[in-house]
Write a protein that binds this ligand. Sequence first.
Ligand code: ADP
Length: 724
Amino acid sequence: MAMPVARILFVLPLPEPFDYAVPEGMDVSVGSYVTAPLGQTERLGVVWDMLDDAAAAGRTLKPVISVYPAPPMPAAMREFISWAAKYTVSHPGHVLGMALRARGGLTPSPTETVFHLTGEEPKKLTDTRRRVLDAAEEVGAANAATLAAAAGVSSGVVKGLVSAGALRAEEMAADAPFAVPQPDLPGAVLTGEQGEAADALKAAMRTGGFAAFLLDGVTGSGKTEVYFEAIAEALRVDPDAQVLVMLPEIALTQAILSRFEARFGAAPAPWHSGLSDKDRRRTWREAVHGRARIVIGARSALFLPFANLKLVIVDEEHDGSYKQEDGVTYHARDMAVMRAKLEGAGVVLASATPALETVVNAEAGRYTRLMLAARPGAARLPDVELVDLRRAPPAKNQWLSPHLVHAMQETLAAGEQTLLFLNRRGYAPLVLCKACGERLKTPGTENWLTEHRYSGRLVCHVTGYSIPKPSVCPACGAKDSLMGVGPGVERVAEEVRVLMPEARIEIFSSDTAMGGDATRGIIDRMETGEIDVLIGTQIVAKGHNFPNLTLVGVVDADSGMKGGDLRAGERTYQLLSQVAGRAGRAERPGRALVQTYAPDNPAMLALADGDRDGFLQIERDVRAELGLPPFGRLAAMIISAPSAEMVDETCREISLAAPNAAGIELFGPAPAPITVLRGRHRRRFLVKAPRNIDLSAYMAAWLARLKPPRPVRVSVDIDPYSFL
Ligand code: ADP
């Protein structure tokens, strides 16, 4: 008798699904998570299609081995995976892998034994027993190890209390379910414009189906409060609705998790690269079963196979970290809109400095634009003042102008806080030999080594290569001749310590805030006023509210403008207005001083004038003129090989294989942004096309013509973002 056929897509970089027979009695349907034999091993995959019995006639197919007891992957998710693979020119199985990053979540939670108080007193009440009962009273039902640790006794004491009748054992899921959010707890009393924006979002939730919004509001204008109302409405309309909230650098923003908890009475389910395996499988399982109702995550959360996704929020939608650069390269903001479309869900892109792409989409009517122009209550946007470093430069080998130093002293005297922003980690971005002029680089590359004084090392921020700082120049052998050139946050901190010895100073960068705890420590001390001057890299720009922060100093506003990146001006504008927006968020007004050698640059002028739309207009004209995104399309092909000769040779062949197509312009090969990475030499072709050309299809056709030799790797990056 013929058996039904399951067409299985495996979590492997394979171009298509394979057919397997479904044994009788096995409950397999489209979307089922299954294992099946492939080569010598058993592999995980998802049933992409079911063929009827006739398809098996005359074929010898291997059987499906097992089915996981998880709900089948919904059709919208399968479509999304197929679409994303096509768009990014990747294998669908590779994209499927991104949706299956927690295989432990495919099976039900393991159980563990927890102990409850029975209310009975044990006959023999020793001191250790007393302590365990007190601990159980305090922490509630918990496993033996937790109770024993809380009471400071061995777990034998816990078990003894079970025999004595004072504790009762129960088997419980080790991965606790997430609490259900309550939409009807009171939110903020919205201002007029906040209320209007919230009403538009709520109406869309009631209507249902796909709808895209740009929530465009100055920093601190209450965008979060507004999208809270959209989430609440989604949960009211459909009690089973799931909501995905995406944030850049989620691991760093404890404050926002607490706000969700306060608003909905339940902590959201987290998803980011820093989760333990246990937490990861828990969020994945609960999202797949539809029980995690609000998931808050980094860009990869977009690939969670939600059961019933109704709303997606992309907060700080302009943020560069939404672009994934490794493996399957994708832009999570753009993909979020597509995902919402396929799910029939709402999507809200929120930002104080929306990307030009997003603004153009809103103006073309593809997104509804909701504006928040004011900060509620007393909070005011800071005054931004450009400090012309050509006129009043800092002293030699210093980085803070007299004007900024004076403002910092005033701020300290008023008992208020200063934030100094410099997007350079370490002490000095370049180490130079005074004797021979040698610039220290990572071997085989053009990447400068950054001096880190705290660790005493020279570090490459691109490859991670690091060495202890040498005492002699590796090129000429001169002794004590190496000096750091240019400022990093450590060096600016040193300068502030000399200028303001009484101030409490801390550095906030990914070197000093390595984990969530260290980060929270700095944020807490800043919030409680234990820091006078915080010196930080771009991680300070994101989302924090420091009520007593009234001065922001931008040490080097020009640093982001260098390099041939098409978005350099835009990114500088976004970052600086974000940083400036940290000041004056509560009762006290704030100001921002921006040090620059190019005060006539349009980005700087617009920043000083608060003229974002004027700035966007200049950007838009330039890009339209050059046919760059969003007015044209870009894609890159990156070729890497173990030697420069091999990569150059292959590039010649790849260049010849490029299909001819009207409107397509091909540039390169040129050294890739990171020329040497993990021992591989990289080159890049850049392809430019008008908007109406399917550039993914073009790149796929080109790729299909290539048969590069074994150690050469070729990858495609649609909508590339880094050009440096
Ligand atoms: P954004 O997301 O636009 O930066 P937030 O939603 O974080 O702004 O709001 C900034 C601060 O102002 C937060 O502390 C928030 O709780 C507060 N806030 C915003 N709107 C209101 C309101 N209508 N009533 C009271 N507080 C508000």
